[in-house]
Design a binder for this molecule. Structure first.
Ligand SMILES: Cc1cc2nc3c(=O)[nH]c(=O)nc-3n(C[C@H](O)[C@H](O)[C@H](O)COP(=O)(O)OP(=O)(O)OC[C@H]3O[C@@H](n4cnc5c(N)ncnc54)[C@H](O)[C@@H]3O)c2cc1C
Length: 474
């Protein structure tokens, strides 16, 4: 560690005590590397506050000493937002509020819960369930990702269709601002028309405007029944028709509608112990469907009614007859990313499109990608009910030089993102911008919108103290 950084680390330990300031390289290392291992950069120290007052003191200290702050939750983000940017010249600390785990209030009569930012999503779901309520945000990383990180990325997941993403699930926030001041709106109000809705600025801000320390979140009745089905289809057009027909049939009780292509399913079967195709025949596309408040038998009747109206919609289907069967189907879906990781490095795209454009996009993207790189393998799955696809690629030749791979990756990504833009979609549906997609935001973002975002950042954080190199170029 250079002398100046070592001095800052020593000063931080003197100010806050060694248990709250990790300065040793080995202790810092897991915090400095992102989840996928795509980037790693050194920081001066990792700060582990145990109270909101300590967060404020640490932020003020960093402000006085010109030290940049990288907020970090569970470090499961997929765009490099939670680790230092390697190009940053000024000293940086990682501030991880993971020890702020107090449950401040559970208010079942208001269907609301107030928790600190370091609680994991899973712990919030479990707490809600103990009070006979549902906290619906659900992601494969829910055991590790934290409330603060989920808010800062406006996380989505598998039940956005019915309950919305983190934006829709938040009633209030508490935030330590870049000058150390504390702003709070933790009143659990569903209606409050008193000017700008400031909490929405921090949600999805990826730690560039302050540290979220607590949130009041919405709860819902815990569904007493749930139906889960795996349905095979000949093509994506039929999957969309089925989606609309089921919505028409059962309304907003449809809580998840996940598309799974053949290749991601094959990778899961190849790499995950015990994984198998829920259906006996091989189908090009399948959807995992969940409906809340409906038993398996009743869902079967609804599905039969839909298929009676449009007979060739589905090729085959299985409806889970027990919780264990439903869990097995969901595990298959949730482990698709892990199966891809085990297959090898892939090029990932987290895109969204108007649903009316999805079938055309999938058709056109395949043609364009195969023309550019014959043999490219396309792993397509995602939250079809939200118009969100994880559209990942295994390039055909994996034995080329690193420079060649980087260039080919860049051109494949350009094909995908240009086509997404042409269809009026977004190159980042739910994972955010972080440091990996800053150039894409500059390229595809609306210039007036980008200008407004920069002005907001300058007003809020004039010294660019919070998360430099994220959302905006350095
Ligand atoms: C296997 C897997 C599956 C996933 N599935 C989904 C999915 O379905 N949907 C989805 O949306 N995402 C998904 N993700 C991405 C990721 O898990 C989510 O974005 C998650 O919400 C990030 O939470 P975290 O606590 O790990 O945040 P981190 O990764 O630590 O941080 C993410 C961003 O938030 C900022 N931040 C963190 N905490 C705070 C805070 N307290 N105050 C201010 N800023 C903060 C960081 O600086 C960073 O910019 C998945 C990730 C993995 C590994």
């Amino acid at each position: 560690m250079p002398d100046a950084s070592a001095r800052l680390a020593t000063d931080l330990q003197a100010a806050f005590g060694p248990p709250r300031v990790l300065a040793d390289a080995a202790a810092r290392a897991p915090y400095e590397r992102d989840w996928r291992g795509r980037t790693a950069a050194a920081c001066v120290a990792v700060l582990l506050p145990r109270s909101v007052a300590e967060v404020q003191d640490m932020v003020r200290w960093c402000h006085r000493h010109g030290v940049a702050i990288v907020p970090q939750g569970g470090n499961t983000g997929l765009c490099g937002g939670s680790v230092p940017h390697p190009g940053t010249q000024r000293p940086q600390v990682i501030l991880a509020p993971g020890r702020l785990q107090t449950v401040r209030a559970v208010d079942p009569d208001n269907d609301a819960i107030t928790v600190e930012a370091g609680c994991t999503l899973q712990s919030v779901q479990e707490l809600a369930a103990r009070h006979d309520r549902l906290f619906p945000l659900s992601l494969a990383s829910e055991g590790s990702c934290q409330v603060g990180g989920a808010l800062s990325t406006n996380a989505g997941g598998v039940q956005v269709l019915r309950y919305g993403s983190m934006r829709a699930l938040t009633l209030g926030l508490e935030v330590v601002l870049p000058d150390g001041a504390l702003w709070s709106s933790l009143r659990g109000l569903r209606k409050d028309n008193t000017g700008y809705d400031l909490k929405q600025l921090f949600i999805g801000a990826e730690g560039t405007l302050g540290i979220i320390t607590a949130a009041t979140l919405r709860l819902f009745p815990l569904p007493q029944r749930q139906a889960v089905a795996w349905i095979a289809l000949a093509d994506v057009r039929r999957a969309l028709d089925l989606f609309h027909a089921l919505r028409h049939q059962i309304g907003d009780r449809l809580s998840a509608f996940e598309l799974i292509g053949r290749l991601p399913l094959d990778l899961a079967i190849r790499h995950l112990p015990g994984a198998r195709d829920p259906l006996s025949a091989v189908h090009p596309w399948q959807v995992l469907v969940q409906a809340d408040g409906i038993a398996a038998g009743e869902f079967g009747e609804h599905l039969a009614a839909v298929l009676a109206r449009v007979p060739d919609l589905a090729s085959d289907a299985v409806i889970a007859q027990s919780e264990a069967q439903a869990r097995t189907l969901w595990q298959l879906r949730e482990n698709l990313s892990e199966a891809q990781r085990l297959e090898g490095p892939s090029l990932k795209h987290d895109i969204s499109l108007p649903q009316s454009r999805i079938a055309a996009f999938i058709e056109q993207a395949r043609t364009a990608l195969e023309a550019s790189e014959p043999g490219v393998a396309i792993v397509c799955f995602g939250h079809l009910g939200d118009g969100n696809l994880h559209y990942n690629l295994f390039p055909a030749r994996r034995d080329s030089s690193t420079a060649d791979i980087a260039q080919r990756h860049a051109s494949l990504t350009r094909i995908v993102h240009d086509l997404v833009a042409a269809h009026g979609g977004s190159f980042s549906a739910e994972h955010g911008i972080g440091q990996f997609k800053v150039d894409e935001l500059e390229r595809y973002g609306d210039p007036v919108g980008l200008h407004l975002m920069r002005r907001l950042k300058q007003t809020w954080d004039p010294d660019n103290l919070f998360n430099p190199g994220k959302l905006f170029p350095l």
